[in-house]
Design a protein around this ligand. Structure first.
Ligand code: BG6
Length: 483
């Protein structure tokens, strides 16, 4: 739609940035922290770029005051961060670690001191390894109880100060990469039955924790963050339009419908059952999923890119177990599901050095689709550009490509708001540079450069503001009016 005048961003708009515990904190075994699945997984040779780990990360554990002061200087209205389960309950289901609670108390209080609204992600992929060893982690239904106890511990301890909660970060990503492509822990490849079962456990963990939160804090705002990759039908051939419908049901609505409606898309379930995949549910599950869906306040969206969708014959390409983790453009491979769809490279879009399409309009598509389908408010919980940055003399970093990327996305987000989408927040990924799970430290996302490369022993960890820092500061100061 086209509007002669833009209403712009609402006065209450939450301009923010996001991070995740494993990617920034470091201090991997300090103050009683337990070992996580990621602490262990990264030690398997060949899993991460140059064998990087989060042992030190960007040492946010010891430098959070400096980092939050920089957020305040940029003018952030919200800071989204995740809590490491292993700091709160080191072995997953035993004693609570008071030092872990104290660390996040300090972060939350520091944010509040500067008027920054803390937005907390309960789970951003780092599960206690002890639960993997005890009973197979997400593969066992027991995880639902342990997750809900962990989440409830957070709600009870921090709920007086935290008004925005995200139960799960990118459930679609950690399940797919953990049980289909093997790139995340526990590294299983094409275990389809388990993938859908694990995902159902995660849905129930999400649903029960929403109920527990709302029992205690009915006014708290809660949602899950979904990695939404909107699809475009390759062309107007009906078979490609149908491939896009299949893609949506299996790749997008399969998660968002559960969060928003408390049910799986019918066609997806029929497809799975006809392929011998039957999700095991307990008697109450569907009722609980619906109750939780009625209580969520927003859809969290992590938006990075779109995909072109084309019909994929039964003998066509499968899922790729390799991705471009080196930043050498053009090394990503086409992938798909035989008999349904594949994702050819979109010739109309530029790509990043890691072969992610750059498509600002996609963010508007996300918002429009969610608004039409679910009529829910939206929190953009991640959006950003991973790029090589160069620290120049006098410690300056010129990153016009990041400014151009974010500016183009924000212009489209503004249009989405003009379209009537109720967008509450926009969090860039990320504020400081941090560890990219599989891609090391050279794939940088922050407004603040952190002086380190892959090798922990040479890390200086000084913080330097990039040009984009000042740009975002002005965007926030003017509430996006100059965009
Ligand atoms: C999202 C995750 O998938 O994208 C983040 O929630 C992640 O944790 C971000 O870092 C960017 O991905 P990558 O692979 O470039 O680090």
């Amino acid at each position: 739609m086209y509007f002669k005048e833009s209403n712009g961003f609402p006065e209450t708009f939450l301009w923010g940035s996001a991070s995740a515990a494993y990617q920034i904190e470091g201090a991997a075994s300090e103050d009683g922290k337990g070992v996580s699945n990621w602490d262990q997984f990264v030690r398997i040779p060949g899993k991460t770029f140059k064998a990087t780990t989060g042992d030190l990360a960007v040492d946010h554990y010891h430098r959070f005051k400096e980092d939050i002061a920089l957020m305040a200087e940029a003018g952030l209205k919200t800071y989204r961060f995740s809590i490491a389960w292993t700091r709160i309950i080191p072995d997953g289901n035993g004693e609570v670690n008071e030092k872990g609670l104290a660390f996040y108390d300090a972060i939350i209080d520091e944010c509040i001191k500067y008027g920054i609204e803390p937005m907390v992600t309960v789970y951003h992929w780092d599960m206690p390894q002890a639960l993997q060893d005890q009973y197979g982690g997400w593969e066992n239904r027991q995880i639902v109880k342990d997750y809900v106890r962990y989440a409830t511990t957070l709600f009870e301890h921090f709920g007086d100060r935290v008004h925005y909660w995200i139960t799960m970060n990118e459930q679609n990503v950690f399940t797919s990469l953990g049980w289909l492509t093997g790139m995340h822990p526990p590294g299983k490849v094409m275990d389809q039955k388990m993938f859908y079962q694990v995902n159902h456990h995660a849905n129930m963990a999400h649903a029960y924790s929403v109920l527990e939160l709302k029992k205690r804090y009915p006014d708290a705002h809660v949602g899950a963050s979904f990695a939404y990759t909107p699809g475009y039908a390759w062309d107007c051939k009906p078979i490609n339009a149908m491939a896009k419908a299949d893609y949506d049901d299996l790749q997008n609505y399969f998660w968002m419908d559960v969060y928003a409606y408390g049910r799986y898309p019918k066609a997806a379930i029929r497809y799975l059952e006809s392929n011998g995949i039957h999700i095991q549910m307990e008697a109450e599950d569907q009722k609980i999923m619906k109750q939780a869906a009625a209580l969520i306040d927003f859809m969290g969206v992590n938006y990075y890119q779109t995909a072109a969708i084309e019909y994929n014959p039964i003998d066509g390409v499968g899922m790729s177990t390799e991705v471009n983790t080196t930043g050498k453009k053009g090394t990503a491979k086409e992938e798909g599901i035989p008999g349904l769809y594949k994702k050819p490279s979109n010739p109309y879009l530029e790509k990043t050095d890691w072969d992610w399409t750059i498509d600002p309009m996609g963010i508007r598509m996300c918002c429009r689709d969610i608004t039409s389908r679910y009529d829910l408010p939206i929190v953009i919980s991640e959006n950003g550009l991973g790029a090589f940055d160069k620290l120049e003399e006098d410690n300056v970093i010129h990153d016009p490509y990041r400014i151009a990327f974010l500016e183009a996305h924000l212009k489209e987000l503004k249009k989405a708001i003009d379209d009537g989408c109720d967008v509450w927040a926009y969090c860039t990924w990320s504020f400081t540079d941090l560890l990219s799970w599989l891609n090391g430290y050279q794939k940088r996302y922050g407004f603040v450069y952190v002086d380190r490369e892959e090798d922990d022993t040479t890390a200086k960890l000084n913080r330097y503001k990039k040009d984009s820092f000042y740009w975002y500061q002005n965007v926030i100061k003017t509430n996006g009016k100059d965009l």
